[in-house]
Design a protein around this ligand. Structure first.
Ligand SMILES: [Zn+2]
Length: 494
């Protein structure tokens, strides 16, 4: 197949063998794949060329944990404990949103991601109330902007406040119905699975850059029967599974209080229901005990770390060094816009490297090959190499972050905030050129968001007013959680 695009004269950085000053190469693309990475030569006739002299080519970054549903709430909240944040931010608190708002929020999140060099998002999207037309809107928005996405509908089947420690004890009964952070659904676990998988089958094959996965939100809000059925479905259809596990001390308290049959361990619980395997990615993984880290490593499961949101929700510091030492497969995520508050893998990489006390190579690997493997795309994305999908981010080296160029990967992780992203190619197609989207009208999108915000802000004000009554009780529940001995402390250890 003849070349369709040649990226000429870029320094190509490989996550598995990074050179301090990467060699200058031409990257030859045919259709959606890279066919050659070779010393600079003449441009082949007929192919489009992209002059990438003085640029660094990196594999498109992979955010292995993200939610599109609250991208319009960036900047709305001060740091607060996870359990209080849930009451402000998650969709079950809000009335159903308009199609326009859903489209705008998917696009603005994806646009921010592309502008910071992300080419693949793992979106655990909450669709509340459940509505197939909203799923259509999400999938169409991803198609239109041109980013790659692994979409998992985030669903649990245990309603109410039981999954939150001490809430049922401290929140007065008359306020308890308001204190829900989960999606309530009628019907059996089997019917729920049928509904979720129905969406996957309905959309199957229609979207070239969209793949489907399963998203049990957290083990605590999922029944054992539902998790077991998801494990069967994952096995049968080779589907990836993404799940928040041990994000906060609160999650850990629930594990100790309600999972006695599994020795108080969510990891043992996940293993028992058949989910803990190489198709499973646990998001966050802050509060695992050493023996649980070993179980994750042995199962070949992945961990997607989210340092920025963990710090902003006061959830603690994940044991990155212990994960690296145990050989756990690590990926990185950018998480919700209302608790990180940026779709920016440069921030995630830097925090990861600082947590782990490492020189940047592991952070870059987690943001590329590690994410690709977690998403089941280890053969296709994550590296710039012949045969791989052409998902490439080009950064200007004529930027103070890279001048002088002493060590490309270290400067990428420690110096570069995302400012120098110039061009982004997904599936062989430039979707960002000179920092501007080629696929959507950015200014029209910004205008749409401005127009849609008053209604969202009115709803948020009502939620804030409701929460004012709830938060003193949530604070008391938090105090009790903090006082609990769960056998480890992720506020003190790195
Ligand atoms: Zn999340």
């Amino acid at each position: 197949m003849s070349p369709t695009l040649v990226i000429r004269g870029a320094r190509v950085l490989d996550a598995l063998a990074p050179e301090p000053r990467p060699a200058v190469r031409d990257i030859v693309i045919s259709g959606d794949r890279i066919t050659a990475v070779e010393p600079p030569g003449d441009a082949p006739a007929g192919a489009k060329t992209l002059d990438a002299r003085d640029m660094l080519a990196i594999p498109g970054l992979v955010s292995a944990h993200y939610h599109s549903h609250d991208t319009l709430l960036k900047g709305c909240f001060a740091p607060m404990p996870l359990e209080a944040w849930l009451l402000h931010a998650v969709p079950p608190n809000y009335p159903q949103r308009s199609r326009e708002e859903v489209r705008a929020r998917v696009l603005i999140g994806a646009l921010e991601a592309l502008k910071s060099g992300i080419t693949t998002l793992q979106d655990m999207a909450t669709v509340h109330p459940f509505d197939p037309a909203e799923v259509d809107t999400i999938a169409q928005a991803y198609d239109d902007i041109g980013i790659r996405c692994v979409l998992a509908l985030q669903v649990g089947d245990v309603p109410g406040s039981r999954p939150l420690p001490f809430w049922d004890e401290v929140i007065p009964p008359e306020l308890r119905s308001a204190a829900t952070v989960t999606v309530r659904r009628g019907g059996s676990a089997r019917e729920l699975i049928e509904r979720i998988d129905g969406e996957r089958r309905r959309h199957g094959g229609k979207h070239p850059r969209l793949t489907w996965a399963l998203g049990p939100a957290t083990p605590e809000i999922c029944s054992e029967e539902y998790l077991g059925l998801l494990a069967e479905l994952s096995e049968r259809e080779s589907l990836r599974v993404f799940c928040h596990v041990y994000e906060s001390k609160g999650n850990t308290a629930i594990a100790r209080q309600h999972y006695g049959a599994d020795g108080g361990s969510l990891i043992r619980h996940l293993a028992r229901v058949g989910l803990l395997n190489e198709r499973f990615t646990l998001a966050h993984g802050v509060w695992l005990q050493p023996e649980e880290i070993e179980l994750v490593a042995r199962a070949g499961a992945h961990v997607a770390l989210n340092p920025a949101s963990n710090l902003k929700t006061r959830s603690g510091v994940a044991p990155v060094r212990a994960y690296l030492d145990a050989g756990v497969k690590l990926a990185l995520g950018t998480d919700n816009s209302s608790c990180s508050d940026a779709q920016n893998m440069f921030q995630a990489m830097k925090l990861f490297a600082l947590w782990a006390g490492e020189d940047g190579e592991q952070a870059f690997a987690a943001a590329t090959v590690g994410g690709a493997e977690a998403l089941g795309m280890g053969e296709d994305i994550g590296r710039i190499a012949p045969g791989r999908k052409a998902d490439i981010t080009l950064l200007s080296l004529r930027d103070p972050a890279f001048v002088p160029l002493n060590d490309a990967v270290r400067q990428l992780v420690y110096s570069e905030p995302g400012r120098s992203v110039r061009h982004v190619i997904v599936d062989g197609r430039p979707v960002l050129e000179n920092g501007r989207s080629t696929t959507i009208d950015e200014d029209a999108l910004y205008a749409d968001v401005e127009r849609l915000m008053p209604e969202l802000m009115r709803d948020l004000e009502q939620i804030r007013a409701r929460n004012e009554r709830l938060l003193p009780y949530v604070a008391e529940a938090h105090r009790r959680t903090m006082a609990l001995d769960v056998g480890l402390d992720r506020y003190r250890t790195i």
